[in-house]
Design a protein around this ligand. Sequence first.
Ligand SMILES: Nc1ncnc2c1ncn2[C@@H]1O[C@H](COP(=O)(O)OP(=O)(O)OP(=O)(O)O)[C@@H](O)[C@H]1O
Length: 586
Amino acid sequence: MVKLLKYLKSKERNEILFCLIFIVIQVWLELKLPDYMSQITTLVQTPGSEMSEVINAGVYMVLCALGSLISAISVGFFAARLAASFSQILRSELFDKVSSFSMGEINQFSTSSLITRSTNDVTQIQMFVTMALQLAVKAPLMAIWAVTKIAGKGIEWSIATGVTVAILMVLVSLIIALVIPRFRKMQTLTDNLTRITRENLTGLRVVRAYNAEDYQKNKFDGANDALTDNNLFTNRAMSIMMPVINISMSGLSLAIYWIGASLINVAQLNERLTLFSNMVVFSSYASQVIMSFIMMVMIFIMYPRANVSARRINEVLNTKPSLTYGDKEEGLDNLRGVVTFKDVSFKYPDAEEYVLKDINFTVNEGETIAFIGSTGSGKSTLINLVPRFFDASEGEVLVDGINVKDYKKESLLNKIGYVPQRAVLFKGTVGSNISFGDNGSGEDYNENDVKKAVEIAQSKDFVEKMAGKYDALIAQGGTNVSGGQKQRLSIARAIYRKPEIYIFDDSFSALDYKTDRVLRNKLKKETSNVTSMIVAQRIGTIIDADQIVVLDEGKIVGRGKHKELLKTCEVYREIAMSQLSEEELA
Ligand SMILES: Nc1ncnc2c1ncn2[C@@H]1O[C@H](COP(=O)(O)OP(=O)(O)OP(=O)(O)O)[C@@H](O)[C@H]1O
């Protein structure tokens, strides 16, 4: 938890200082109250006391209570402000950190856990900081201050207070020891629940189509019950705590008055008044000691859960992204859109087997290189090494003659227009989704460029029919457009970027054959100097490519043009024969 404090900025540090000042004032004023009470008791019991003196002491008491109230409100105000801005900082740090992760790190934590860590865990910290700021300093300060006030006022009462605190310590420690493991489990169980909920919502159509609602419900109920049982256990244990504390407090008051009564009974007449006054004061301060104790217990209760959350947040924040970047902004002179793979091999983090082995090729400016092969042969993995979603385990990936690892992040990615296998659209408008291609320029886009990109991507017809045209709304995940339309908008986004290299990861398979052909021809005509790397399943999509690379189990088993490969590569011929007619093959 302490490690997280380094993220506090000077504004928040000042707020902590204000909190501490007000806490000291509050405790001092609260502990003044019994003094005035004792003064009033003595005045009332002393014959000849002036009424004005009693009223004076009463007024001071009211002023102290008011001052204490104002201080408590100020502490609450600053604590809430600090906790809110602290959690804002943490959320923002987490967001930035996760954005810098490679796919390997995202997979290591899992998306649902990263969501819980950025939301629920941060909320736990926020709640704890609000409470702890108000109580963590106040409780021990009040306890020590109150103890110094009652010290020497009566050994019997001190023993009674000491015994009560000792009994309370034992009981509360037992309860806390019982619940801490459950608090630790809470966040993992919440992760689990988030994962199942997320999976169910994103896969809702499949769940419905296969009548798997009951199966999903059972999984959800399992996770929900586990979390509920855990919560119930901790809540039941905690519910014992308050009565225990209340009984102890009442027992202590009873003991103090009982001891006081016995002492007064045997005391000399002139000592009785002092004893009575001491008893009243002692009882008040003893209550303050117990109150401090309750406050400390509350912190102990909240701490384990907040600490688990802090650890989970720290795990993310302390993870060093495996991707480090160089300082190159440009490639070698005269090179543009040139991609070279030199003896590249790759295996996924924690995997035993290589997914790519000894990959070598070069593609030059304006050329089209296509990758084909059976499913799982490593096509997507190969092209993912260019924008550095993963880094090559061995060998080098060069863009314009420079290793991709030596570029600045922006410089490398500005050269690339990437279209993923599954199109991704964001909530916004057609325009904002396409202009996302220009480093997320959002609503502030160049309308002509958007129109041009939409036209090349064969999307003009349907976009201009949408209500609002380029300002038409796109739902989260692009659920209000068809799969093919989504893919075309995603291609338009890459075109809007004006890159040196297009990377199409099986992006044309959602298009019908005619649109696929027209789109590629138009793209070739309008952006002839841009290099294209295309992963495809359809021979038709890559038949005109300058180079076709045939992959089988992560190895290149053929390379050349369509006609050459038909003659030289068995794997390619098999794929071609399964898709093309005799005439087309001839
Ligand atoms: N994140 C990952 N972690 C571990 N292994 C992975 C991961 N992604 C893919 N693989 C494995 O790597 C191999 C190649 O996968 P890849 O997605 O590159 O194949 P592909 O040729 O693009 O397949 P498809 O045509 O079906 O998209 C597969 O065996 C797959 O199981």
